[in-house]
Structure formats: structure tokens, C-alpha cells
Design a protein around this ligand. Structure first.
Ligand code: NDP
Length: 445
């Protein structure tokens, strides 16, 4: 058994039942092996043993009242994983599937992702098993206020700065921020993803999808191709899927699928123009189901299915974890796919990743490909501190540069450690090195 295997075994024993967390740790530890053997100081200072243990885990009760007067109780979480290179930073997820193992997997990944952006941000994540779907605005507001009644004491602009994730968009950030401001009586950049009129940054809503597309553009460049005329499959239809679709359209690609947890639509002519506008209004304003797109434009609808059987050049999984399994990955490879850019966090199972890597396609793991969201949150924090607002062009240009740098860093690091073209190894090692060095420099804490 190697040292890395022993550390992983211990993580499994000490965190029973948290299978997503085990999966995220395994993927990172496995790919760090070349760096660990080259740098004995990491073993001496027990960096791996330390980095898999969060700084702290906060779990709390969130009681709230429904419109009909019934009282509900949900569970809230904030995992502050590692702040060696900056304040904890990471989103809040509201989804019925949320439990400690999901928040820990996301917080752990966030450490390396945030490091890769080049900005000073540590890793954290939070959320609740509350389901905003089907709730009225007032119910969502009361829930957010109750959630913040506890969260406020653990966060701060120099301590921990949450943002959105699944189920937490502009509406939820608004209610959370309002409550924080009322309790603390101060107006600071304690959350990102805020509205433009009250401290938000231009391009933050678009940033994760735009960034995943810029990352894919860089991967395609290595292959001497671009998006023009390429067929693209996207899963999900939330924030990340929406702006991936927009950017792919701008770059000349054709997005032919979108999905939600009920099924997927297939539109061989592409989701663009007035069809894209309808889709955005359907999801952002009416909060409807993706099937309505198929009904309106006579596209195909596949209930209960994921879009990976549709032949494509580039795939963007933008819904949730483990949405591409080995079978899906094999179908994508057999259909001649060139690249996969993970808009979601850990959407491909380890077996699926193995198939992509063995087939030699360009595989952009989430912690690199979707880092544009948190990077732009970092830019929102900078603007809040400066008390300035940059223009759309300026933020987009910075985001684009950051994504190019992440790609370059991951690509060159993989090459340096003898794994050319393997962005999993490149991103994990590049993200890890900076945090590990900071942990050594700051002593045993
Ligand atoms: P949204 O809540 O805006 O959208 C989520 C989408 O994924 C919806 O279409 C939803 O369908 C679908 N979905 C969620 N859970 C499942 C499931 N279990 N099975 C099938 N479909 C599902 O979230 P985001 O777009 O913000 O997030 C999507 C992914 O991107 C997540 O993995 C998130 O962690 C990641 N991410 C997001 C960032 C951001 O800035 N928002 C930053 C980096 C990563 P339905 O409506 O039916 O639930």
C-alpha cells in the first residue's frame, strides 16, 4: 500500500458514508503522486494528512415558516476547508440532496480551484437540504433570512465570502445579503454574486459558463481547431448551462441539447437567437421546465434521460456531480468527441474520466474548467474593496486572461510531471503546490 493509499483509507474510515467526499479526495490524491515523490518535504510536514481535514465544519438548524403557516426545519452547513492562501471562498448549494459529504467534496475541490485562479482565495463551501423549487418568493426569503441568522457569525469580507451554486442565484443572494446587512449593520463584500446596484460585478452571472467555454477554446487551440461549425452538447439549464450556451453561440458553435432533472431537449438546428431568448426567460423569469422549449419549438424531448447519446464535438456537463458515467463516456468517445469541459463540479465519474484520458481526448476537469465563476467572484471582491465598478469589457477581459492562464498552468504542469495533455494531473498539482508551500511557510497550525 502506498502512503497515498493509506491516507485515502484513513479518510474513508474517518468520514463514513460520505462517498462524494471520498471520490473527490481519491481523485486529487492519486494525481498528486508525481509531486509527492518529487518533493519529500510534503510528506515530512504531513501536508496531505492535513489538507484532507477541514479547518472547521459548521452545521446548524434552519427553521422557517411556509406560506400556509406550517413550520419546517432544514439543516444548514458551512465547511471552512483551508485558508492558507486567502479567506475561505465558495458557494452555497440549496438542494434536497445536500448533506455533509456533498459540502465536503465541494469545499475540498474549491481549495485547488481557487488556488489555480491565481487570486488569494482559500477553499470553503456551504448550503442546505432546502429545496427552493416550487417555493414562493416569500418562502425562499424567510428561509434565507433564517439561514443567515446563524451563518452571519461565521463569515466576513476577510474571513469567509460565500457565493451561489445550485439553487442559489441572484434572488437568494439578495435575501441573504439583506439579512446579513441588517444583523451586522455594515455594508461589505461579504457575499459575491450580488446585484449590480448593490455591489455586484458585471459578468459575474455569466462567468462560470463563459469561463468553461474559454477553457474549451484553449483546449481546442492545442488541437488546432476552434468552435466554428462544431456541434456542442450541454447538460443542465441553470446558470452555468445558460451562459455556456451564450458564449458557444458567440464563438460559432451550435448547442443542440439542454436538460434539467426531468429530461433533455434535442434541437439539431441549435439553441440560438429567439430560441435562446425564450430559454433564458423560461429559466430565469418563469422558472419553468426545459420540456416547454421542446413544446414551443417542436424539438425532441427525452424524459428521464441525459444528453450523452447525441453525437457531438464538445460536451459541457453543466448540471451536477456524476452525470457522466463510464457508459456515457464510452458513447461520447465512440461518437468521435474531441473535448469535454466540465462546467459542473465532478460531473464525470472516475471510470468515465479514465475512459476520456485513455482515449486521448481533451478533458478539462471542473476545478480548472469552471474556475471562471469563483475567479470573477474574486474580481467582485476586489471591486468592493476598491469601491469601484469595472466595465463589462474589463471584467470579461480579466476573466478571459485568467482562464487562459489556468489552461497554460495546467497544461505545462502536466507536461513537467510527465503527463502531457492530462489536465487532471496538471490542474491538481498546480493548484496543490501553492497551498502546500503556504502551509509549510506558515508553520504547523
Ligand atoms: P442551477 O441551480 O442554476 O442549475 C442547476 C441545473 O442542473 C438545473 O438545470 C437542474 O435541473 C440541474 N440539476 C441539478 N441537480 C440535478 C440532478 N441531480 N440531476 C439532473 N439535473 C440536475 O446551478 P448552477 O448552474 O449554478 O450549477 C450547476 C453546476 O455547476 C453545479 O455542479 C455547480 O456546483 C457548478 N458550478 C457552479 C458555479 C456557479 O457560479 N454557479 C461555479 C462553479 C461550478 P432542475 O432544475 O430540474 O433541478
Amino acid at each position: 500500500m502506498t502512503d497515498v493509499d493509506k491516507i485515502y483509507q484513513k479518510v474513508v474510515e474517518k468520514n463514513p458514508g460520505e462517498k462524494e467526499f471520498h471520490q473527490a479526495v481519491y481523485e486529487v490524491l492519486e494525481s498528486l503522486e508525481p509531486a509527492i515523490s518529487k518533493h519529500p518535504e510534503f510528506s515530512k510536514y504531513k501536508i496531505l494528512e492535513r489538507i484532507v481535514e477541514p479547518d472547521r465544519v459548521i452545521m446548524f438548524r434552519v427553521p422557517w415558516m411556509a406560506d400556509n403557516g406550517e413550520i419546517h426545519v432544514n439543516r444548514g452547513f458551512r465547511v471552512q476547508f483551508n485558508n492558507a492562501i486567502g479567506p475561505y471562498k465558495g458557494g452555497l448549494r440549496f438542494h434536497p440532496s445536500v448533506y455533509l459529504g456533498i459540502i465536503k467534496f465541494l469545499g475540498f475541490e474549491q481549495i485547488f480551484k481557487n488556488s489555480l485562479t491565481g487570486l488569494p482565495m482559500g477553499g470553503g463551501k456551504g448550503g442546505s437540504d432546502f429545496d427552493p423549487k416550487g417555493k414562493s418568493d416569500n418562502e425562499v426569503m424567510r428561509f434565507c433570512q433564517s439561514f443567515m441568522d446563524e451563518l452571519f457569525r461565521h463569515i466576513g469580507q476577510f474571513t469567509d465570502v460565500p457565493a451561489g451554486d445550485i439553487g442559489v442565484g441572484g434572488r437568494e443572494i439578495g435575501y441573504l445579503y439583506g439579512q446579513y446587512r441588517k444583523i451586522r449593520n455594515n455594508f461589505t463584500g461579504v457575499l459575491t454574486g450580488k446585484g449590480l446596484d448593490w455591489g455586484g460585478s458585471l459578468v459575474r452571472p455569466e462567468a462560470t459558463g463563459y469561463g468553461a467555454t474559454y477553457f474549451a477554446q484553449e483546449m481546442l487551440k492545442v488541437r488546432n481547431v476552434d468552435f466554428k461549425g462544431k456541434v456542442i452538447t450541454v447538460s443542465g439549464s441553470g446558470n452555468v448551462a445558460q451562459y455556456t450556451t451564450e458564449k458557444v453561440n458567440q464563438l460559432g458553435g451550435k448547442v443542440v441539447t439542454l436538460s434539467d432533472s426531468s429530461g433533455f431537449i434535442y434541437d439539431p438546428d441549435g439553441v440560438s437567437g429567439e430560441k435562446y431568448d425564450f430559454f433564458l426567460e423560461l429559466k430565469q423569469v418563469r422558472r419553468g421546465r426545459i420540456k416547454e422549449y421542446a413544446d414551443k419549438f417542436n424539438a425532441d424531448y427525452y424524459p428521464g434521460k441525459r444528453p450523452w447519446e447525441i453525437k457531438c464535438d464538445v460536451a459541457f456537463p453543466c448540471a451536477t456531480q456524476n452525470e457522466i458515467d463510464a457508459n456515457d463516456a464510452q458513447i461520447l468517445v465512440d461518437n468521435g468527441i474531441l473535448a469535454v469541459s466540465e462546467g459542473a463540479n465532478m460531473p464525470t465519474t472516475p471510470e468515465g474520466v479514465e475512459i476520456f484520458l485513455e482515449a486521448g481526448i481533451s478533458f478539462g476537469p471542473g476545478k480548472a474548467a469552471n474556475a471562471g465563476g469563483v475567479a470573477t467572484s474574486g474580481l467582485e471582491m476586489s471591486q468592493n474593496s476598491l469601491r469601484l465598478a469595472w466595465t463589462r469589457e474589463e471584467v470579461d477581459q480579466r476573466l478571459h486572461e485568467i482562464m487562459k492562464n489556468i489552461h497554460k498552468n495546467a497544461y505545462e504542469t502536466a507536461e513537467k510531471y510527465g503527463a502531457k495533455g492530462n489536465y487532471v494531473i496538471g490542474a491538481n498539482i498546480a493548484g496543490f503546490m501553492k497551498v502546500a508551500r503556504a502551509m509549510i511557510a506558515q508553520g504547523l497550525i
